[in-house]
Design a binder for this molecule. Sequence first.
Ligand code: NAD
Length: 355
Amino acid sequence: MRSFTWQGLPIRVRFGPGARSEIGAEAERLGIGRALVLCTPGRGEVLAREIAILLGDRSAGIHAGAVMHTPVAATEAALRVVRDRRADALVAVGGGSTTGLGKALALRTDLPQIVLPTTYAGSEMTPILGQTEHGRKVTERSPSVLPETVIYDAELTLDLPFAVSVTSGLNAIAHAVEALYANDRNPLVDLIAEAGIAHLVRALPKLEATPRDLEARSTALHGAWLCGLCLGSVGMALHHRVCHVLGGAFDLPHAATHAIVLPHAVAYTTPAVSEELAGVARLLDAADAAAGLHAFAARLGSPLALRAIGMPEDGIERAVDEITAASFWTPRPPTRDGMRALLQAAWRGDAPGGA
Ligand code: NAD
């Protein structure tokens, strides 16, 4: 048996359809007087308005200024709103972009956060913040960005478009897959990771025909919680590094980038960790994890090629430079040739591992 260390994260989680109605009680528990409600523009504002109404006198209004990859300029604009409205807390209602804005503000103000996730990104369960400035994404870990309370209410996800549900669900699966071979993994995270993947593998296909199926939405959100917990608990490896570089350098959509890269990163890594990934292959009913992940994504109609989501072909060399220049732990060290082949295959949308 490997030796290991386990440290739980101090987050309070409320889970259940309709749980958002408890936000007033959760705010009171944290001693919140005036919370600024954060969201992305558009559909996010509809959900944020409902939460602001539920908060009543404890609401300092809505700021619909969250942007993907958490650009520092958007955080600075939101910081002015926090100060103007004398907010003493942050309530993020949305996907990882909104959670990211809440975390970036918490880093600068130490205000308490309540997060109501509406996608499967998993950021709400992590002390990690990625911020983008001048085409580079810089990630840091800090206890001050970890939300105090997370309310998972699957009713908030009923209108998440199927295509976004799929890419976001694959983003969550990526956290769990990399947790299974993390160098600081432990038996509890192994269990959480496989359970998280199993929930999403069961739920996502059901959402195609019945996107408003509350039971399937709850199962998917349950899976997202477990996968997010993996991301918050152990270190990630090659897959997350590749996506981090691509997101920062080319401003690619985060979840779709994860969905496309995952089978390729897993194919590259598998020779070093085939035993650790056996459970993923089993859950996907496939010969190996990479083939199973690729087939699952294809079956759900997820994008399979980086070129389809806006990555320029001449960006491959820059990405190879950045991936190989970075210092990070991964089970199979990235070579320039290996990364070039991985990115070329992912750019074209080939099957992983040269199959
Ligand atoms: P997102 O938050 O940008 O949401 C994607 C789109 O879906 C947006 O247009 C949003 O308005 C819409 N949307 C969200 N919920 C909806 C709902 N319920 N119904 C209808 N529309 C809805 O995307 P994301 O993939 O959730 O998050 C990506 C961001 O999260 C990236 O910036 C990434 O870096 C960050 N992230 C961070 C961590 C971390 O631990 N730090 C982990 C995962 C992701």
